[in-house]
Design a protein around this ligand. Structure first.
Ligand SMILES: Cc1cc2nc3c(=O)[nH]c(=O)nc-3n(C[C@H](O)[C@H](O)[C@H](O)COP(=O)(O)OP(=O)(O)OC[C@H]3O[C@@H](n4cnc5c(N)ncnc54)[C@H](O)[C@@H]3O)c2cc1C
Length: 501
């Protein structure tokens, strides 16, 4: 067996891993990154993202620290608002039904801005998310939903940039190298055993950072932990996140934590492939449902499409669609709101129908009971509050009266042709259950003690997300915990973090 020696070995080459590798290197460690995928598919789920990061900012001065290229014109024409620590705390606890680990949330929230500034200083570029997170009101853009910044070039831009910064800093990335187990001797982790083709390699190190994703791409684990039916979900991102890091750590006594039967899952093109397609990226998602209605095979609505801004509902509505008969729904819009439908609805790879009358539409909605559908539309249209004005920039309170489920905001009658509908199913993004870590990103064992030499970051950290998730938090938490893990790991190796030993 070939043996290689490093200070810190990082497993995975997504956002969390590359942030960990950079932080470890900045703290003096010799670092190796092991990536299971070939080079043209590396970057994991991070590569599939739009690159949206949820971070705290007190106003435009903070945003200028992250985006020094913001022009005077952009600043003059934009109401960026603020996103305070209190708002981020509120969002995290509200959407997770107050189950999120307060210590981990505190690290995430309070380090978010500093971590963005650090990424910017290492060379990552960010831009405002004008396209998806701002409405134009008169001559000014107004941001909404606490999500304002994305990486330049989206997910691919982020990963490629991080990789080139790693290369510049002398960090080696080994592709097609799949970590199989941890080298665990004398109750401490001393490296990783990996397979590269038909060769086994031992990467020995003073510390290991696991940042190799959750188990969402593992059909068997999805069904075992998320439950019956989850084998039928599409995987939005990489095929590589099969729970290897979680399993390796549990094998040596790590403690599981978080919502093991929970996951982030969205509405996704019905006929999308089993795993993500990098040529399409996140465009299979269909996130404009707050402006329309959703119907199932019975022709019935089944969820409050306007319960909240999309950022706070999209991650849990995939599960709701999976629970419908035959695991599909149609999202439906009339001409009054068609200008609000996002770009992702206009790609070629969609299952879409268009009709000039509701009766014609009812016949075209494949798999849907036409009579049930037409009855439901009549009841729905009669229930819409016509007195409150429609306003897509705020939670407008224009709801329905007397029907179940209600639509709480942005309710409009469906009566103006042409009618357009897109068919969706459930696309799983990432699993919520994972490893228990402390605020130093050290992995804890089942006696709640740090496992010497073992750190974790990104999707495979358990305890942050339950039931739901505020958009843009995956990359942010990956960066915060990645940076923390890399720093702690390097310090352990340098002998300055006695607590881990
Ligand atoms: C379509 C889509 C859009 C999204 N959009 C956003 C967004 O805009 N903003 C946001 O915050 N979040 C978004 N997310 C969620 C986000 O992608 C994740 O939260 C985040 O990227 C996870 O980062 P990570 O580094 O933990 O994992 P990943 O980026 O998935 O990286 C894990 C890496 O580990 C590798 N790996 C797995 N097993 C092994 C092994 N045994 N050995 C070696 N390597 C291994 C994988 O190949 C992969 O490269 C999106 C996800 C998807 C799928």
């Amino acid at each position: 067996m070939t043996v290689k020696q490093y200070d810190v070995v990082v497993v995975g080459a997504g956002n969390a891993a590359l942030c960990a590798a950079l932080a470890a290197r900045q703290n003096g460690a010799k670092v190796a990154v092991l990536e299971r995928a070939p080079e043209d598919q590396d970057g994991g789920n991070s590569r599939f993202t739009a690159g949206a990061f949820r971070c705290v900012y007190a106003g435009v001065d903070d945003l200028k620290k992250i985006m020094p290229d913001l022009s005077e014109e952009e600043i003059a024409n934009t109401d960026f608002g603020t996103y305070t620590e209190d708002q981020f705390f509120d969002d995290m606890f509200r959407v997770t039904q107050y189950r999120a680990d307060p210590d981990l949330v505190e690290l995430l929230v309070r380090s978010s801005l500093a971590t963005m500034v650090w990424m910017r200083e290492t060379g990552v570029r960010f831009v405002p998310i004008y396209g998806r997170q701002a409405h134009k009101i008169g001559n000014r853009f107004k941001f909404w939903g606490g999500l304002t910044v994305e990486s330049w070039g989206g997910g691919p831009g982020l990963v490629d940039r991080l990789k080139s910064i790693c290369a510049r800093n002398g960090i080696e990335i080994f592709h097609e190298t799949r970590a199989l187990n941890l080298i665990h001797e004398d109750f401490a982790v001393h490296g990783v055993r990996a397979r590269r083709g038909n060769q086994m390699i031992e990467y020995r190190a003073g510390a290991v950072v696991l940042a190799c994703g959750g188990f969402e791409a593992n059909t068997e684990m999805r069904t075992r932990y998320l439950g019956q039916g989850w084998e039928l979900a599409k995987v939005r991102g990489t095929w590589c996140n099969t729970g290897d890091g979680i399993r390796m750590a549990l094998d040596i006594g790590a403690s599981p934590a978080g919502h093991w039967s929970g996951c982030h899952a969205v509405q996704w093109e019905r006929n999308a492939p089993e795993f993500g397609d990098l040529a399409v990226g996140d465009q299979f998602q269909k996130h404009s449902y707050p402006w329309g209605i959703m119907v199932n095979a019975l022709g019935q609505r089944f969820v409050d499409e306007g319960a909240d801004f999309r950022n706070y509902t999209y991650a849990k509505y995939g599960r709701v669609v999976l629970e419908q008969p035959q695991q599909f729904a149609w999202q439906l819009f009339d001409a009054k709101v068609s200008h609000l439908v996002r770009d992702e609805y206009r790609i070629k790879q969609v299952t879409k129908v268009k009709a000039d009358t509701l009766e014609e539409l009812a016949e075209k909605l494949e798999g849907v009971d036409p009579k049930g559908f037409l009855d439901m539309i009549r009841r729905y249209n009669a229930a819409v509050d016509q007195d409150t004005p429609f306003n897509s920039a705020i939670k407008d309170g224009r709801g329905t009266r007397g029907i179940t489920p209600p639509k709480s905001n942005w309710a409009n009658t469906i009566d103006t042709p042409p009618f357009e509908a897109w068919q969706v199913t459930c696309g799983v993004t990432f699993s919520f259950g994972g490893l228990r870590v402390n605020t130093g990103a050290q992995v804890l064992d089942t006696d709640m003690k740090p496992i010497p030499g073992l750190f974790a970051a990104g999707e495979l950290v358990g305890g942050l997300f339950y039931f739901n998730y505020p958009g843009g938090t995956g990359l942010m938490s990956g960066a915060v915990f990645g940076r923390t893990a890399g720093t702690s790991a390097a310090r352990v190796v340098a002998g300055t973090l006695a607590a881990a030993q």
